[in-house]
Design a binder for this molecule. Structure first.
Ligand SMILES: Nc1nc2c(ncn2[C@@H]2O[C@H](COP(=O)(O)OP(=O)(O)OP(=O)(O)O)[C@@H](O)[C@H]2O)c(=O)[nH]1
Ligand SMILES: [Mg+2]
Length: 382
């Protein structure tokens, strides 16, 4: 390959071309460097990777289903750089009328349950029957585990090569709330780009299941058989969120045990309130490796969609999710304003000290903090 040397992006325009470092042209490939999939922009939209795009170029690229521009639009949404946020919102607003037309599926399960393998099997089943599938991940642990989602990309290798599929690893860093906002907005972009099934994967730890539940239509809990006592390891709360419980790895010697676990769960589900009004959460078995049972899981999703659309529960949930989202963004914004306020920054350690030494009650600490904040707001108004 001929090495093509270029000035780095950050170089001031007009400077002479002498640099200690230079940028070598990247490898041509599909999205996110996965080789073999669509490479480069769609015909008719000549876009250089180095040039900044304007809102109109993002909008046209995403609408045209250009995966490179979709990936760049998501990067824009994920960016915390000042100035990017306004552009990202402009792009999203333009694309909003094209969103909402997918089935949004959330998948959770303990590490090693086979989520990625299952998503690959389901994804390929869907792309073969003409669907376009986007896979997003919420992985709050990725900063600790150094990005298990990168591993996911290799585990979903076949799906990643499928031109009808788009896979995006979890946005890194930030709070779960911040990651969730980015994933939710990325989901909208994928819908505008024509993906009719969006799958959000999360590792079943902590709060992330609840976060994913709050942005999807159908929530799927993927389990495996253990050494008995299967039910004890599962938080009842998570089971109550599920629209389907899937016992994966129902193959080989494990098949009979998986069936036994399935009927245990079917029994347990009987006593729980349904996660979605009017829908009976089924317990199913499948093997992500052999593919057995994967089509039945999809049939369950379709039955759910048809039934809840007819009953109105589908749109009711989406409306409720949207309002909840707005409220949580307001909460987050206010909280960060509060804790970044110089008066609060100064006062808080002092109050914390007084609280721990027992010279102040919790209620009066709160009152002092709030009144400090309110005074500042009033001063700012003048
Ligand atoms: N026998 C069998 N093995 C499976 C099946 N599905 C997944 N596995 C294996 O289980 C292991 C874990 O699978 P992954 O798909 O990486 O699991 P995961 O839930 O995505 O794991 P994390 O991303 O680490 O949380 C891999 O070795 C898979 O090959 C299945 O249906 N049958
Ligand atoms: Mg995985």
């Amino acid at each position: 390959m001929k090495k093509e040397r270029r000035k780095p992006d950050w170089a001031e325009p007009g400077l002479p071309g002498t640099f200690a470092s230079s940028v070598i042209k990247g490898v041509e490939g599909g999205h996110d460097g996965v080789p073999g999939s669509s490479s480069g922009p769609a015909p008719g939209t000549p876009v250089s990777r180095r040039r900044r795009l304007n809102a109109d170029e993002y909008v046209r690229g995403v609408r045209g289903g250009d995966r490179t521009i979709l990936a760049r639009a998501i990067t824009l949404i994920e960016s915390n750089a000042p100035g990017h946020s306004a552009l990202a919102q402009e792009v999203l607003t333009e694309l909003l009328p094209l969103t909402g037309n997918s089935v949004r599926i959330g998948i959770t399960g303990v590490p090693g349950a086979g989520k990625s393998t299952f998503i690959e099997a389901l994804g390929l089943h869907l792309t073969h029957s003409g669907h376009r599938v986007a896979v997003l991940a919420i992985d709050p642990s990725s900063t600790l585990t150094r990005g298990s989602v990168l591993g996911d990309k290799t585990r979903m290798e076949k799906l990643a090569r499928d031109p009808r599929c788009f896979i995006r690893p979890s946005p890194s860093g930030g709070t779960l709330g911040g990651v969730a906002r980015k994933t939710r907005e990325s989901m909208l972009l994928c819908e505008a780009a024509g993906y009719d099934v969006v799958i959000v994967e999360t590792v079943g730890v902590g709060q992330s299941e609840i976060t994913v539940r709050s942005m999807v239509d159908f929530f799927l809990l993927l389990l495996i058989t253990g050494a008995g006592d299967e039910l004890q390891g599962i938080k009842k709360g998570v089971m109550e969120l599920a629209d389907a419980v899937i016992i994966n790895k129902a193959d080989g010697e494990n098949k009979l045990r998986a069936e036994a676990t399935r009927s245990e769960f079917a029994h347990a589900l009987h006593y729980l309130a349904p996660a979605t009004q009017g829908w009976t959460t089924p317990a199913l078995t499948c093997s992500a490796i052999t593919g057995e049972g994967v089509a039945q899981v999809w049939e369950s999703v379709i039955a759910f969609r048809d039934q809840t659309r007819t009953s109105g529960a589908f749109m009711d949930r989406r409306r409720a999710q949207m309002l909840e989202w707005v409220h949580s963004m307001v909460d987050e914004h206010l909280r960060s304003l509060f804790y970044a306020d110089p008066g609060i920054v100064e006062l808080l350690p002092r109050l914390e000290h007084e609280l721990t030494t027992g010279s102040l009650t919790a209620a009066s600490a709160v009152r002092k903090l709030i009144s400090t904040f309110e005074q500042r707001l009033q001063r700012n108004q003048k």
